[in-house]
Design a protein around this ligand. Structure first.
Ligand code: HEM
Length: 422
């Protein structure tokens, strides 16, 4: 055999397109890659991965709402895969068990009655009234940050987009304000666990250490709060834990961490990328400044456009018809939320921000079905207030700069964005 006729591995175009989506090169702008993959269909079969990738709004929505679609079935594989994504090898047993111990009790990975029980307990302490009461606090925090920065150039991600959601949820939970730097580090570890691309041994060791620290911190705090209840969600959750069989210590810990982490690299990515997108689109910042009222349409349009959670997954527990094909139980569905949010069958001129878009709220940025984002009203409130406050700076500038992205395709966001307010 000569070198020229040695058979080489043939990678089907569908697989090559999916591999491109999950590569580091995709981070600055995965949208053309979603469109390229979508040309194979709104549902693309990848039997090589035992999976189907979904790009269409209708198709993804149908999976979210189907009882056949289960969350958390591949947790073990996903965590190992995430941490080993850079080819550094999978997590060792002990490390994997520490990370998995933290993730397993999160409501996000439960289904049916077990999910309903966990979600019910947390949502009872997370009512619309509680959220509405945060308005003043959020506005005060944003104004304080912006006035501190004044007219100098500053990093919007570091000074506003990251600390704000952490400060808000920490206060809602009743956590100590002085510990915010710790929360920031921990929640970043959880985000990297859920969608990171860096599998270096240093990162894995850090995640493991942070998981232990979180466990100790929340266990001690829950003990204290049970003895001396304080205002805040965590006291309410600790009380729920007290009533036998309702919320175990592990469940309390993990779901408190979920609340702390869920708004961190989601709301913060929306703020950073939302500001950038509004400055990149000709006339959009002026349009924002001129809006009579900054309400949920703006928040929803920015959610649609930026999709802070770019994708998620479900495993089929029973066969399910998606599009024109019935997929067997065990199929992994990759739900490309960011692509659904630019589905031209639903959103006219999908690659443009339209601050008056009538159906902006149809986006799937918060998912749909039983796991619909529990923090959606809080995220909308924070977005409305942040952009309402920024709109008081008509001269705000985003100078030309080399943009840097976090190494995370799932929770996609900028790691830095230099801006000046005037
Ligand atoms: C822009 C901000 C946010 C976005 C885009 C977002 C997006 C999402 C998405 C897509 C899911 C479903 C994931 C899946 O089923 O695979 C979800 C679930 C969840 N989110 Fe959010 N989220 C945001 C902010 C928040 C905030 C601020 C909180 C709370 C403080 C929060 C708490 C949760 C919780 C607890 C769940 C799990 C719900 C369940 O499993 O029943 N999120 N979020």
């Amino acid at each position: 055999m000569t070198a020229s006729n040695v058979p080489t591995e043939v990678i089907r175009p569908e697989v090559a397109d999916m591999q491109a989506i999950f590569s580091r090169e995709a981070l600055p702008d995965p949208y053309p890659l979603y469109e390229r993959a979508r040309q194979h269909g709104q549902v693309v079969d990848i039997p090589e991965w035992g999976a189907a990738a979904l790009f269409g709004h209708e198709e993804i929505n149908a999976v979210f709402r189907s009882p056949a679609a289960l969350s958390g079935q591949q947790l073990e594989a996903d965590v190992g895969q995430t941490a080993g994504a850079a080819g550094e090898g999978p997590l060792t047993d002990i490390q994997a068990s520490e990370a998995l111990r933290l993730l397993t009790p999160m409501m996000l990975f439960h289904n049916g009655p077990s999910h309903a029980r966990l979600r019910g307990l947390v949502s009872a302490a997370f009512t619309p009234r509680v959220i509405a009461e945060q308005e003043e606090l959020v506005r005060e925090l944003v104004r304080d940050i912006l006035s501190r920065e004044g007219s100098r150039e500053f990093d919007l991600v570091d000074k506003l987009a990251i600390p704000l959601p952490v400060a808000v949820i920490a206060r809602m939970l009743g956590l100590s304000v002085g510990d915010e730097d710790k929360f920031r580090t921990w929640t970043q570890s959880v985000a990297e666990l859920l969608g990171g691309m860096d599998g270096s041994p240093e990162l894995i060791a850090r995640i493991d250490r942070d998981a232990r620290e979180m466990r100790d911190y929340f266990r001690d705090l829950a003990d204290e709060l049970r003895a001396r209840p304080q205002p805040g969600l965590l006291s309410a959750l600790a009380a729920a834990e007290d009533e036998e069989g309702r919320l175990s210590s592990e469940e309390l810990l993990s779901n408190a961490v979920l609340l702390l982490a869920a708004g961190h690299e989601t709301t913060s990515n929306l703020i950073g990328r939302g500001v950038l997108a509004l400055h990149r689109q000709e006339g959009a910042w002026a349009e924002l400044v001129a809006l009579a009222e900054i309400g949920n349409t703006l928040a929803d349009e920015l959610l649609r456009f930026t999709s802070p959670v770019q994708l998620t997954g479900r495993t089929l527990g029973t066969p399910l018809e998606i599009g024109s094909h019935t997929y067997p139980a065990g199929t992994r569905t990759m739900l490309m939320l960011a692509a659904a949010n630019r589905d031209a069958r639903v959103f006219a001129d999908p690659n443009r921000i339209d601050l008056q878009r009538k159906n902006a709220a149809k986006h799937l940025a918060f998912a749909s079905g039983p796991h619909y984002c529990l923090g959606a009203s809080l995220a909308r409130l924070e977005t409305r207030i942040v952009f309402g406050e920024l709109a008081r700076y008509p001269q705000m500038r985003v100078p030309e700069q080399q943009l840097a992205y976090r190494p995370n395709i799932t929770l996609r966001g900028l790691s830095k964005l230099m801006v000046t307010l005037r």
